[in-house]
Design a protein around this ligand. Structure first.
Ligand code: ADP
Ligand code: MG
Length: 520
């Protein structure tokens, strides 16, 4: 399947607030452009009232939009792509409190406010039910990256495929993909089972938060729906797989702003580092001249290696908190979004061939072909019953070919059908007979002269066989039997005719001797 190049889709979503900074953030009616005005150099504390403005053009502005509409704009086509075999990644990026988790998971207490993950699971299982010509298997994994450590949020659940104990590691796969070694994968058969795992994972995240005194906004979460599908109608050994990564990134606020100490500072440092590595990877991906992209610098970029700029439909939601106090974070989030928009991806269907199934399929095909061949053989043997006999023109053509072949003007006769082969033989037989006739007639003309002479010279005694006869031929000729053309008309039993034939052919061999003897 050929890859089609496409840009990462980028949307901006604002968290609703009573004090939206209208004078600083402007959404244009095209629903794609955000203009931001900000006092220059305010960070350095320099009093400067000069305003600068920036304009960001994205794929869509999701302002005052319901969860359902956000899902339709952002996720629907990526989810459908995943069912077709395209990898997909939907990421939420932004400062803490901007609405990343609300967008990705939603408000758990309200069905209407559920986010992209539960809606994606609902759509996946709805499609699986609809697409009766395919069999699907759906598996889930839930990974958290906290302070450069990988945590399996579903490790406590027993339904998962057996995984090795020990630290989780990101491993490169043949073909450029990555996977997390040791991460548990959980088969799910319906929406309810899948939602239970999502909530279980969320719960483990909160438990870990209390136990380790960590803050959920300081960790990155990757919820992955792994899909495998096979066609029921095509008996081929090929199948397609895809990964749909739903990523809730840690808060992107800057360290300087948090002003924190101790563990919080260390967390913030890790977050800042991994997010700045994410930014570096994105800058490298967006620059088409750069051959090396530093994915391995952090666990996050390494784990997302094939989701950011590779074989993937990638969507970024930049969550902003539209209050005046947050304008710097808003600006930095929008800059990140604009860079991400320059990244190109090459999504292609992940098609695989199952070798064992392929061998079985080929074996079956050989059996079928053998059967087909034996049917052909049978038909060929019963050619008279199975096919139309040759037309007069076809017979004439075969006859002409045989004559040209015998004359040496045709090198070979191409075999076309069993009927034609039979006709070629018939024509050969005819040619041989004609030749035989000719020779015999010529000979009999000569011998009738000899015979007359012999009759005059020595008439045999009536009723006696001639002495010294070498065979019937010599006897016949010696006795002056009818010429061969006349003898052929004599009715023969089938058995006799067979014997006759061999005698006739032996006569062909012996006739020169006869001639010699007769002439003596
Ligand atoms: P983040 O994950 O980015 O830190 P949250 O998703 O936790 O932020 O959002 C912070 C708060 O704002 C939550 O109480 C959430 O319900 C609310 N919120 C965020 N975005 C929206 C929105 N679009 N509509 C309604 N409430 C929202
Ligand atoms: Mg959050």
């Amino acid at each position: 399947m050929t890859a089609r190049s496409s840009e990462v889709k980028v949307y901006v979503r604002t968290r609703p607030t009573a004090c939206f900074a209208q004078e600083l953030i402007e959404y244009l009616p095209d629903e794609q452009t955000v203009n931001v005005r900000h006092r220059r150099d305010s960070r350095k504390g320099v009093m400067n009232n000069q305003m600068s403005s920036w304009s960001f053009r994205l794929d869509g502005v999701l302002h005052n939009m319901s969860q359902e509409d956000v899902y339709q704009s952002v996720a629907h086509s990526v989810v459908l792509g995943a069912l077709e075999g395209y990898n997909g990644t939907i990421m939420c990026f932004g400062q803490t409190g901007a609405g990343k988790t609300y967008t990705m998971t939603g408000a758990t207490e309200s069905y209407k406010q559920r986010g992209i993950i539960p809606r994606a699971l609902q759509e996946v299982f709805h499609e699986v039910e609809q697409r009766v010509d395919h069999t699907f298997s759906v598996l889930l994994s839930f990974l958290e990256i906290y302070n450069e450590t990988l945590v399996d949020l579903l490790a406590s659940i027993k339904t998962g495929r057996a995984v090795q104990s020990g630290a989780l590691t990101v491993v490169e796969e043949p073909g450029g993909g990555v996977s997390v070694k040791g991460l548990s994968l959980h088969p799910v058969h319906n929406e309810e089972e899948a939602l239970n795992l999502l909530f279980e994972g969320e719960m483990n995240r909160i438990i870990g938060e209390h136990a380790l005194n960590k803050n959920s906004s300081r960790s990155h979460c990757i919820f992955t729906i792994h899909i495998e599908s096979r066609s029921r109608t095509l008996s081929g050994a090929s199948y397609v797989t895809s990964k749909l990564n739903l990523v809730d990134l840690a808060g992107s606020e800057r360290l300087s702003k948090t002003g924190s100490e101790g563990q919080v500072q260390r967390e913030a440092m890790y977050i800042n580092r991994s997010l700045s590595f994410l930014e570096q990877a994105i800058i490298a991906l967006a620059d088409r001249r750069r051959e090396h992209v530093p994915f391995r610098q952090s666990k996050l970029t390494h784990a997302l290696k094939d989701s950011l700029g590779g074989n993937c439909n990638t969507v970024l939601v930049a969550n902003i908190y539209g209050e005046a106090a947050q304008i710097e974070e808003t600006l930095s989030t929008l800059r990140f979004a604009a860079r991400m928009k320059c990244v190109r991806t090459e999504p292609s269907i992940n098609e695989h061939v199952d070798p064992a199934l392929q061998v079985r399929r080929l074996h079956k095909e050989i059996q079928l072909l053998k059967q087909e061949l034996s049917i052909h053989d049978t038909l060929a043997n019963r050619a008279g019953a199975a096919y139309e006999s040759l037309s007069e023109t076809q017979v004439a053509e075969v006859q002409s070919q045989v004559q040209r072949y015998l004359a040496g003007t045709l090198d070979e006769i191409t075999i076309v059908s069993v009927r034609q082969i039979q006709e070629v033989f018939t024509q050969f037989k005819k040619a041989v007979h004609e030749q035989e006739q000719k020779v015999k007639e010529q000979l009999s003309q000569k011998y009738s002269l000899v015979e007359k002479t012999e009759n005059i010279m020595s008439s045999p005694v009536k009723g006696e066989e001639p002495v010294g006869a070498v065979g019937e031929v010599e006897v016949g000729f010696g006795l002056g039997l009818a010429v061969p053309s006349q003898r052929h008309t004599r009715p023969q039993s089938p058995n006799k005719s067979k014997g006759r034939k061999s005698k006739e052919s032996s006569r062909m061999l012996h006739e020169p001797q006869v001639q010699q003897r007769a002439l003596l």
